[in-house]
Structure formats: structure tokens, C-alpha cells
Design a protein around this ligand. Structure first.
Ligand SMILES: [Mg+2]
Length: 316
């Protein structure tokens, strides 16, 4: 139940100096009448700010039962009063999640000092640093990830290459593209090669990583471009007419020597040729899967091959 001038918030109190479990705080919201009314109406409308483990406050406007009936003046009163209170409590930051249809509140929050942290297709996240000095909040994504597949037919020594329809110079390159969210590197390579050329393949290893800052194709952030070695399992090309101008099985030595290619493709072709001739163990960065600590998830670890005597040297 809401008291006349006090609200029960979902915010737990900070852990006491003696280490006692934090209790949900009863936070008196005294002050100007308009602010208190605003706070009461926002809590009654479903808003339940939470604390994160760093002492930041998380607000999800999606919790509002009827966001259209909330006006910007009421929201501004609530935000001003709440920020004042969170500062007094020593909270370090506020994370404000705004569904796209409630974007009218973004301008209101900006007037109180909030800035964009990131946006997804249907929501944006704003932050306000309340701690001392410069913000220590982590930024959002710094890179996009592109993955290409060098599919080498070891029986013939030919490798699958394309010329990109949308690029100005028609240089040979390995088929590839941007990784989907949550997609493994090897799966991106296999998927992109299939989508662009119709060739089925299996992931074998990583060959190289290129990091490029201020990449024009990455909206000005950095671009990480990984080339994988793939083992093809089909050979009849049926290439994507939207993306590719040409697609061929090209002799690997010819690709390593030609000028009609990009510097990355040329260098990786030489590396692949070296592995083809001398053994792929000389060039492969292979993958192992491990359970992640705490989370119940798994991760992939990519590194050069390690002899079993080294792999198994941990004493249990
Ligand atoms: Mg592509």
C-alpha cells in the first residue's frame, strides 16, 4: 500500500557495513508536492526500479501499465526527485531502458543529463553517471565482426573465391559476411559461404584476424575480420546474384600470385598455400569448447594445437 508521503520501492538498501543482507528500503519521498505525487503515480503505474550489483539503478519504462497516460511533466518530476534521492543514497549510475513507442521520454531524460548508451531495434538505453569523477560505465559494442571462409578442395588445390558486386574494384576475395548475434565464428563462415556461393562446407580452423578502426562499412566503429579454413563438401556453384558478380574455384597458387585481389586475401592465400604444402598444423588456429564458470554456458577457445602432455598437465 502507498503511504501518503512514503513509497515502498523495489530498491534494496546497500549492504550494511557489518555485511548483513540488504533489506528492501522504505524511502521517504518528502519534498515538493508535485514530485511526491509524481513518484506515487509512477510507482502505482508499475515502475519498480532495481539495483544492479555495482550499485547502479535500473529503470524499465516497459513496466508502465499505461505509458500513454503518463505525461512528460509528471515523468520529469519523478525523474528529478528520484535522481536526487539516488544521489543522496550513493547510487553510482542510472540505466534507463526506453521502449521505442515511449521515446517521448528520451528528451525529458536528456534534459536531466541522461545520454544514449545504445539502441536495439525496439528500445534504447540511456545512462546517467552519479558517481565521482568520469563515468566508469562500460561502453557498448566497439567492433562488428565479419567472417570469411577459405574453402579449399584439397583434392584439386582449388579454393572458392568471389568478386563482390557492390564494391568498386572487382578483386577476388573469399566469400563471407557479418556474424549474426550469438553466432559462432565457424558457423558464420559456413553460413555465409553457402548463402553467397551455394557451396556446403565444414569449419576446420581460424587462419587470420584483421582489426580495422573507423571502418566506413561499420558505421565508423571498428571492424574485426576473421578468415577461416573450411573443408568443402559440395562443389557445384550457385552464387548469389545480389551480392556476387563472379564466383569460381581458383587454383590456390594462382590466387597467391595474382594482383587481382585484396591484400588480406593475397596474404591469407599465401598462408593457406604454405599449410596445403607443409601441413595445416603449421597454420591452423583450432577450436576447443569448455563450460563457462558460474553461468552454465559454454564458450569456444581458439588457439594453436597443444600436445596432449600439455593439455592434461593440470593436477586434480
Ligand atoms: Mg558478403
Amino acid at each position: 500500500m502507498l503511504g501518503a508521503w512514503a513509497l515502498r520501492w523495489a530498491l534494496p538498501a546497500r549492504r550494511a557495513p557489518n555485511g548483513a543482507r540488504p533489506q528492501p528500503a522504505r524511502v521517504p519521498l518528502c519534498g515538493r508536492r508535485v514530485g511526491s505525487l509524481a513518484s506515487r503515480s509512477l510507482a502505482a503505474a508499475g515502475l519498480q526500479p532495481q539495483l544492479d550489483k555495482f550499485g547502479g539503478v535500473i529503470v524499465h519504462l516497459a513496466q508502465l501499465h499505461a505509458p500513454d497516460s503518463l505525461d512528460q511533466v509528471t515523468f520529469q518530476g519523478w525523474l528529478q526527485e528520484s535522481v536526487k534521492q539516488w544521489r543522496a543514497e550513493g547510487r553510482i549510475a542510472v540505466w534507463l531502458h526506453v521502449p521505442i513507442l515511449q521515446s517521448k521520454f528520451i528528451a525529458t531524460a536528456a534534459l536531466e543529463g541522461f545520454t544514449f548508451h545504445h539502441a536495439e531495434s525496439d528500445s534504447s538505453t540511456l545512462t546517467l553517471w552519479l558517481g565521482e569523477g568520469h563515468s566508469r560505465l562500460p561502453g557498448y559494442a566497439t567492433h562488428q565482426l565479419g567472417v570469411a571462409g577459405a574453402a579449399l578442395d584439397v583434392g584439386t588445390g582449388k579454393v572458392l573465391v568471389v568478386q563482390d558486386k557492390n564494391k568498386t574494384t572487382n578483386a577476388w576475395k573469399f566469400p563471407g559476411g557479418l556474424s549474426d548475434p550469438g553466432e559462432d565464428i565457424g558457423n558464420t563462415a559456413v553460413r555465409e559461404v553457402f548463402e553467397e556461393t551455394g557451396i556446403k562446407s565444414e569449419f576446420k580452423s581460424l587462419l587470420s584476424i584483421r582489426q580495422q578502426h573507423r571502418h566506413p562499412g561499420a558505421f565508423g566503429i571498428s571492424d574485426m575480420y576473421i578468415i577461416c579454413r573450411l573443408q568443402p563438401s559440395s562443389f557445384n556453384i550457385s552464387f548469389c546474384q545480389q551480392e556476387c558478380l563472379r564466383c569460381e574455384w581458383m587454383d590456390l597458387e594462382e590466387l597467391a600470385k595474382t594482383k587481382d585481389t585484396t591484400p588480406i586475401t593475397s596474404n591469407v592465400a599465401k598462408l593457406l598455400l604454405y599449410g596445403y604444402r607443409e601441413g595445416f598444423d603449421k597454420i591452423d588456429i583450432t577450436m576447443r569448447e569448455f563450460p563457462a564458470v558460474y553461468t552454465g554456458l559454454f564458450y569456444k577457445l581458439y588457439h594453436r594445437e597443444l600436445p596432449d602432455t600439455y593439455k592434461n598437465m593440470t593436477e586434480f
